[in-house]
Design a protein around this ligand. Structure first.
Ligand code: SIN
Length: 274
């Protein structure tokens, strides 16, 4: 698609583009259509200088679907659909420090996420995104044939239990989502195949012995994290990243302790992977 109302500058041949010429708090319908096309083409889009507040942030997310409420982390007062992303000198962990696709343990995992940072550390705190199209395409035909048709368990329990204690969450008696998804999914909009297992949530491949499952997943963790499938984003205050959870995995680097990094994420509901 030709972009007439926004400027789209690819950051690598496989994944990631910077988008210029749009105010995400007030996009036109044509700009939204072009952002959607660029999102499908580049899998993760980056915007600079966006002064979003919680309402305009949610409004932008809603142009792409209904908003998702996080199963473990509470939102700010009056905004259950917002996930605070915050780390400072008192933090014991940060969101997203392990490679993942957001909340893939849901039966219908999120389509995409829109992260807006308002405080960034002086250096560090980058986010790395990896194209699961590129990772799938690079597999041998024999490995593609082996993985196609397999399913895997994604379990929220392992990662979420006790995780938000520091935000006052008592999760005693709470059940976290778990779901079985295809190891290779077909993107519902582009029709392209992607690898849909990740280190944070995927605990085993269904139907394999535990050691077989561990060996295959171990291979996939290494394979999916190869630098040639990645783009790395250097945040500034009021930057936004909008990524497609169906096609990318990401990892937030916590190399800036004890500095503060803070912002809000809106997440868009998706559908059951097929
Ligand atoms: C996340 O949404 O997983 C966190 C990403 C980040 O903090 O860069």
């Amino acid at each position: 698609m030709a972009y007439d109302t926004i400027e789209v500058k690819p950051m690598t041949p496989r994944i990631g583009a910077e988008v210029f010429g749009v105010d995400l708090a007030r996009p036109t319908n044509r700009q939204l259509a072009e952002i959607h096309a660029a999102f499908l083409e580049h899998q993760v889009l980056f915007f600079r200088g966006q002064a979003l507040d919680p309402d305009s942030h949610k409004r932008f997310g809603r142009h792409f679907g209904e908003l998702h409420v996080h199963p473990a982390a509470p939102g700010p007062e009056g905004h259950p659909e917002i996930l605070p992303i915050h780390a400072d000198a008192k933090s014991r962990h940060v969101n997203g420090e392990v490679w993942h696709s957001d909340v893939s343990c849901d039966a219908e995992p999120p389509l995409g996420s829109v992260l807006h940072l308002t405080i960034v550390p002086p250096v560090g705190g980058d986010t790395v995104f990896a194209s699961m199209y590129a990772a799938y395409d690079a597999l041998s035909e024999r490995m593609k044939a082996y993985l196609d048709g397999l399913t895997a368990l994604h379990d929220g329990e392992r990662f979420y239990r006790g995780r938000y204690e520091d935000r006052g969450v008592d999760d005693a008696g709470k059940t976290y989502p778990r779901a079985i998804h295809p190891v290779i999914r077909t993107h519902p909009e582009t029709g392209r195949k992607t690898i849909f297992v990740n280190r944070m949530f995927t605990t085993r491949i269904v139907g394999l012995a535990r050691d077989e499952s561990e060996a295959i997943l171990g291979f996939l963790w290494e394979h999916c994290a190869k630098p040639e499938y990645q783009v790395r984003f250097r945040w500034a205050e009021n930057s936004v990243a909008f990524w497609d959870n169906r096609a990318v995995q990401h990892q937030a680097l916590w190399d800036y302790f004890p500095h503060t990094r803070s912002g809000l994420r809106v997440t868009i509901k998706g559908d059951a992977p097929r």
